[in-house]
Design a protein around this ligand. Structure first.
Ligand SMILES: Nc1ncnc2c1ncn2[C@@H]1O[C@H](COP(=O)(O)OP(=O)(O)OP(=O)(O)O)[C@@H](O)[C@H]1O
Ligand SMILES: [Mg+2]
Length: 535
């Protein structure tokens, strides 16, 4: 792999990279950075956690002169948390160079953003809804933008942001550089590319399987009503450093995080119905380790990079294989090991196999952990904690009492009692979760209507679909045939926090609310309701 010095970057940018602890470039970085530096348009695909942010961040930061005092770069992300995170990483990359970057997202007080914009940032990282809001208020002008990056490009499209993106990009000068990045590139990404990119170079470093190889994947077959017990056993058995548990709906996330707290776990929930202050607080607690279980909807599925996440658990299976890849990709990042478990109800087995097929990875079936395994796991953790504490400084303060006790009692009994106390007993509270409907596999149509050039390389990128073809959105005909709505038809019912499948990505509408199409104007296309403004 190339060292960063080989790219001919400015010394100040190199210094920032060194400070981040990056010794050599990752594969996507070594391929994409030289191309991005030439100013060419680019489509970059690489597995989760392999440094795509720096792959676009480094050339971007290198390119902008410090004397610049206009908005010259725009990065769009599908969720607020991701906008914040990307902004922080860009901030680190520009630490010595001293560029100004600003995240712009819904839910945060607009006045504060307007004040921050007066400091003349060169780089804006935003979610589409709030960006449009600023554009309409004329607090953001895009006339001078020279670089546009869509992070999680396929998701932006999938969330129904096409119309917003079109409006935003129509205000950016044509002679700009545009780059799209994601770990998954379904064929319909071509619509975005055709519309907004000029002779893009494709950079794909997806070997055979889409999901990162550092993730150990398994699934457990459970009935809906067994899921919570299975979860607590799994958490006890595995004792994750940090875990993200994905639930299907906001209601599910609320119920689950509450239930985990009642059982004595240090957990909290994240979804789009929380206020932005609540969302920020939960993310802060998770990042600093004051909670170790984050329960979330798909709002946390894309891009989030929290170090220490050792486990991802799909309490409910995701709707799409893409979502599966991104969810489990919250662990096993930057070459670290990670573990992903999925709960699959008997009726969802087909869907699981469908995910295996599309992601080209056989997922091991494992038995439900037994109570004995769960207990053993908890005791092992306590023993590890005791051993760690032995090296601590203040143990000597406890030695006198230890000696005294050992003179009177049997050492094994004493230690056993201590372990019991530290391990704690599981709070015996009755937990009832509202059941969720199973996700059913419905074969998507092969994209027989695809015509012309296809994206090559990526497993989701066309050319790999035979037979019942996993990802058949038929790009030639848009979303025709409703081949996406086949999943139980409850796709659009995401009102409130009740049942129904709810994608719950960013609820970040800037302008009006109500329904918005996917910008295709096809009456038979399943539509996801566009959330109303939540600012
Ligand atoms: N060259 C490098 N050397 C070491 N660590 C790196 C390098 N580049 C990036 N990282 C680290 O790897 C982690 C993952 O990077 P990043 O979030 O950019 O991944 P990603 O490819 O965008 O993943 P996702 O598809 O989930 O968004 C981050 O913590 C980042 O700091
Ligand atoms: Mg990313």
């Amino acid at each position: 792999m190339k060292t960063f010095a080989e790219f001919g970057l400015e010394p100040k940018v190199l210094q920032a990279i060194t400070e981040l602890g990056f010794e050599e470039s990752t594969p996507i970085q070594s391929k994409a950075i030289p191309i991005a530096l030439t100013g060419s348009d680019l489509i970059g695909q690489a597995q989760t956690g392999t440094g795509k942010t720096a792959a676009f961040g480094i050339p971007l930061v290198n390119k902008i002169p410090v004397t610049e005092d206009r908005i010259v770069a725009l990065i769009m992300t599908p969720t607020r948390e991701l906008a914040i995170q990307v902004s922080e990483e860009i901030g680190k990359l520009t630490r010595y160079k001293g560029l100004r970057s600003l995240p712009i997202y819904g839910g945060q007080e607009i006045g504060r953003q307007i004040r921050a914009l007066k400091k003349r940032p060169q780089i804006i990282i935003g979610t589409p809804g709030r960006l449009l809001d600023h554009i309409n208020r004329k607090t953001i002008r895009l006339d001078d933008v020279q670089t546009v990056i869509l992070d999680e490009a396929d998701e932006m499209l999938d969330m129904g942001f096409m119309e917003d993106i079109t409006s935003i990009l129509s205000l950016v000068p044509e002679d700009r550089q545009t780059m799209l990045f994601s770990a998954t590139m379904p064929p319909n990404i071509r619509r975005l590319a055709d519309q907004f990119l000029k002779d893009p170079q494709h950079v794909s470093v997806i070997p055979t399987q889409v999901s990162a190889p550092t993730i150990d994947q398994a699934y457990i077959e459970v009935h809906e009503r067994q899921k919570f017990d299975a979860l607590s056993r799994l958490l006890d058995m595995e004792s994750p450093e940090l875990a993200i548990i994905f639930g299907r709906t906001k209601r599910r996330v609320d119920e689950l995080s509450e239930a985990l707290q009642k059982r004595g776990y240090s957990a909290d929930g994240l979804h789009g119905d929380l206020s932005q202050n609540q969302r920020d607080a939960v993310m802060r607690k998770f990042r600093d380790g004051s909670i170790d279980v984050l329960v979330a909807t798909d709002v946390a599925a894309r891009g989030l990079d929290v170090s220490g996440v050792s486990h991802v658990i799909n309490f409910d299976l995701p709707q799409d294989p893409e979502s599966y890849v991104h969810r489990i990709g919250r662990t096993g990042r930057a070459g670290k090991e990670g573990t992903a478990w999925s709960f699959v109800t008997p009726r969802e087995l087909d869907h699981m196999h469908f995910i295996e097929k599309v992601t080209r990875h056989k997922i091991a079936k494992k038995p439900l952990p037994s109570i004995a395994e769960a207990i053993e796991g908890k005791q092992r953790v306590t023993a590890e904690r005791i051993l760690e504490a032995m090296d601590g400084e203040s143990v000597h303060e406890f030695k006198a009492i230890a000696i005294q006790l050992l003179e009177q009692y049997d050492s094994v009994n004493l230690l056993a009692a201590a372990i019991k106390l530290i391990t704690g007993e599981k709070k015996d509270v009755n937990i009832e979760l509202t059941p969720e409907d199973p996700i059913r596999a419905k074969k998507r149509r092969p994209d027989v209507r695809t015509s012309g050039r296809r994206f090559s390389g990526g497993p989701f990128g066309g050319g790999n679909r035979s037979g019942s073809g996993p990802r058949g959105r038929g790009e030639g005909g848009g979303y025709g045939g409703g081949n996406r709505g086949g999943y139980g038809g409850n796709r659009g019912s995401n009102s409130g926090s009740g049942g129904g499948y709810n994608r719950d990505r960013d609820r970040d509408g800037g302008g009006g609310g109500g329904y918005r199409g996917r910008g295709e104007g096809r009456s038979d296309a399943p539509r996801r309701p566009r959330p109303s403004a939540d600012e």
